[in-house]
Ligand binder design. Structure first.
Ligand SMILES: C[S@@+](CC[C@H](N)C(=O)[O-])C[C@H]1O[C@@H](n2cnc3c(N)ncnc32)[C@H](O)[C@@H]1O
Length: 273
């Protein structure tokens, strides 16, 4: 306890949803991500997850999509030990500690300056971890990031907050900056955006969800021709669903038979460039 939090904007406040999701998962009998540091950070900032209306499914989806994004980074770094890792809209996520990459990797966590200031107080520092306090819509935030190394870029819970033109500019800036790499993020379909604005647990975000969402995972290839869709990871089909509580597991396994229904749940999209 004890870290004083500045007044966050509603967009910045969204980091508590994902942080609490991972922390609650770590307390579950059969955790998916087992991110104990998320719970430690919650404790340091004195945030009570009971203040958020969490459904069991929401908590597991947050933990599982984080795990899938971790795996994208782990696989890339195993192939490219000199990689640069970018975590866009990192919030108070401690992905670096879950992935635990070699010291040859340079890792960048990017979020608004107010969020990065809190990160510095509650997430342990490491020599090869850098933070950038900026809006991702600022055309200069990438200026200090090496241009000559392969990059793996992840964004967990970010895209909904980027207006479409800002998202497209960001994609093009990222793929133009590095010689090559991978980009992965959890997708927001138009259905997700509709739900985000109406579901009681996320209704506070109604005014700040800026992205319209997209249904075809190939669409980003049209916005940035350097991108190629490599993988659509539908969480309904993840092996970890075996550890869901019975009713949720049965429902999820049924939904897994349909790609359309599965896309109504969470998908992680992975592109190469
Ligand atoms: C739902 S939270 C997810 C945080 C973190 N990735 C996680 O999984 O816990 C979304 C994050 O994106 C950040 N964000 C949204 N728009 C941003 C922008 N334009 N520039 C930088 N960060 C942004 C917010 O401040 C917030 O921390």
């Amino acid at each position: 306890m004890g870290t004083a939090l500045p007044a966050f904007t509603p967009v910045q406040d969204s980091l508590f949803l994902t942080l609490c999701g991972r922390a609650l998962d770590s307390r579950a009998e059969r955790p998916i991500l087992a991110d104990v540091m998320a719970d430690q950070i919650l404790h340091k900032i004195g945030f009570d997850p009971a203040t958020l209306p969490f459904a069991a499914k929401g908590m597991r989806d947050i933990a599982l999509r984080a795990k899938k994004l971790d795996e994208v980074v782990e696989r890339f770094v195993a192939r490219h030990p000199n990689a640069v890792v970018l975590d866009l809209g990192a919030g108070l996520d401690s992905r670096f500690f879950r992935v635990d990459p070699p010291s040859t990797v340079d890792w960048y966590d990017i979020d608004f300056p107010e969020v990065v200031a809190v990160r510095h107080q509650v997430v342990p520092a490491r020599d090869n971890v850098h933070t950038i306090g900026a809006s991702l819509t600022d055309p200069h935030w990438l200026d200090g990031v090496p241009t000559d190394r392969p990059a793996v870029i992840v964004a967990d819970g970010l895209v909904a907050f980027l207006a479409q033109d800002a998202f497209v500019s960001l994609l093009n800036r990222l793929t133009g900056h590095f010689p090559g790499g991978e980009l992965a993020f959890n997708a927001y379909t138009r259905f997700h955006v509709w739900v985000l604005k109406r579901y009681s647990g996320t209704a506070s975000l109604a005014d700040v969800v800026a992205n319209p969402g997209f249904d075809d995972p190939h669409e980003p290839q049209r916005w940035d021709p350097r991108l190629t869709l490599v993988e659509e990871i539908l969480l309904t089909r993840a092996p970890e669903v075996a550890d869901y509580p019975t009713a949720l597991r049965v429902w999820t396994r049924l939904a897994a038979h349909s790609t359309a229904l599965s896309r109504r749940g969470t998908a992680v999209l992975r592109y190469s460039f």
